[in-house]
Design a protein around this ligand. Structure first.
Ligand code: UDP
Length: 339
């Protein structure tokens, strides 16, 4: 348990990836990242190393480039992989579905082949609560049936199915698939946060950019859902709680595939998030209600008890902390990492 290992982190410069790299380095692991920077900045990796006080080794590559992946595995004694590198926006996936299957499913299969070729058996896979899809169950357990409603969610469910099959056939594999609910927040230093390329697809970066004056108003996608205020309810979770769970999952891998929800068990509506962010920032966040966004579902809230019993993990930070940390990053970096 908790011996230092060499960990390959795909998508290491991204939002969850970069926060996880800090946690890994602080726990003594050596970190190698592979990222194509299609939705991330290399500056995040500079910040990671500064915060952790230790270096990492970074490669710029597309995961579907087997030769590039082989070169990374050949150059380092990699013990385990944390696989974040993927496309992640529900609405974008309805516009460019094949890109989502190619990157998310193709990238995962290329990575598994490279791991196999280099004798690496340990993997933590980024899955998503979106695979539960059109569900009426609150809260959701890992045994609730997946009903994906969009190509992003399908691509994550296909990734899990691929992993379930290869784990059955290759018993030496030790895999955890972590189904994140909605990660928010930032590193409390204000140096590391969420900085999507272009117009943000996700709620909190959009809200933060409205608060800081980069965008005029939030578009609330639908207020006619069967929820208390009519807007969608999600289980928002602090990115550092998610990052910590990855480190624990890495320490506690067992043969086969383990599937774990990462959430708080608490649901918040879009308007709850707006109010919490206004309170944390002292800024107003004007919004207008628009029609529903394709692929959205009304309520997704986790039952996180399996992660508690398997990993001894539970989320420790609430929506107020998530908004305060996100705001600190946004204020210190009004134009993101490019500023
Ligand atoms: N949302 C919104 N306006 C935005 C972005 C998101 O109203 O600009 C809503 C979206 O419809 C959903 C919730 O916020 O109900 C969370 O969306 P997000 O894209 O952050 O995460 P998802 O749950 O889709 O993975």
């Amino acid at each position: 348990m908790n011996t230092a290992r060499t960990v390959l982190v795909t998508g290491g410069a991204g939002f969850i990836g970069s926060h996880t790299c800090v946690e890994l380095l602080e726990r003594g692991h050596d970190v190698i990242t592979v990222d194509d920077h299609s939705n991330s900045s290399p500056v995040a990796l500079d910040r990671v190393q500064k915060l952790a006080g230790r270096p990492l080794t970074a490669y710029t590559a597309d995961l579907r480039d087997r030769a590039a992946l082989d070169a990374v595995f050949a150059a380092h004694p990699i013990d385990a992989v944390i696989h974040f590198g993927a496309k992640k926006a529900v609405n974008e996936s309805t516009e460019i579905p094949l890109e989502y299957f190619d990157v998310n499913v193709g990238g995962t299969s290329a990575l598994l082949r490279a791991m196999g070729a280099h004798g690496v058996h340990d993997l933590v896979f980024s899955s998503s609560c979106s695979i539960y899809g059109e569900t009426t169950r609150v809260p959701l357990t890992e045994s609730d049936p997946p009903r994906p409603t969009n190509p992003y969610a399908h691509s994550k469910w296909m990734g899990e199915q691929m992993l379930a099959d290869v784990c059955r056939l290759l018993p030496e594999l030790r895999v955890a698939a972590l189904r994140y609910f909605n990660p928010l927040g930032a590193h409390p230093s204000g140096d590391l946060g969420e900085d999507p390329t272009g117009v943000p697809n996700n709620l909190l970066p959009y809200v933060a950019q409205v608060a800081v004056g980069r965008r005029e108003r939030l578009r609330v996608f639908g207020d006619d859902y069967p929820t208390p205020d009519g807007t969608c309810v999600r289980d928002y979770i602090h990115v550092l709680d998610v990052a910590g769970a990855h480190c624990l999952a890495l320490d506690r891998l067992v043969e086969g595939l383990q599937v774990l929800n990462l959430g708080t068990g608490v649901g918040s509506s879009v308007l709850d998030v707006v109010a919490a962010f206004e309170a944390a920032s002292g800024c107003s966040v004007p919004y207008e209600v628009q029609g529903r966004r394709p692929g959205d579902v009304a309520v997704l809230v986790a039952d996180p008890s399996r992660a508690e019993s398997v990993l001894g993990w539970h989320a420790t930070r609430d929506l107020t902390a998530m908004c305060a940390d996100a705001w600190r990053f946004q204020r210190a970096n009004p134009a993101g990492y490019a500023g």
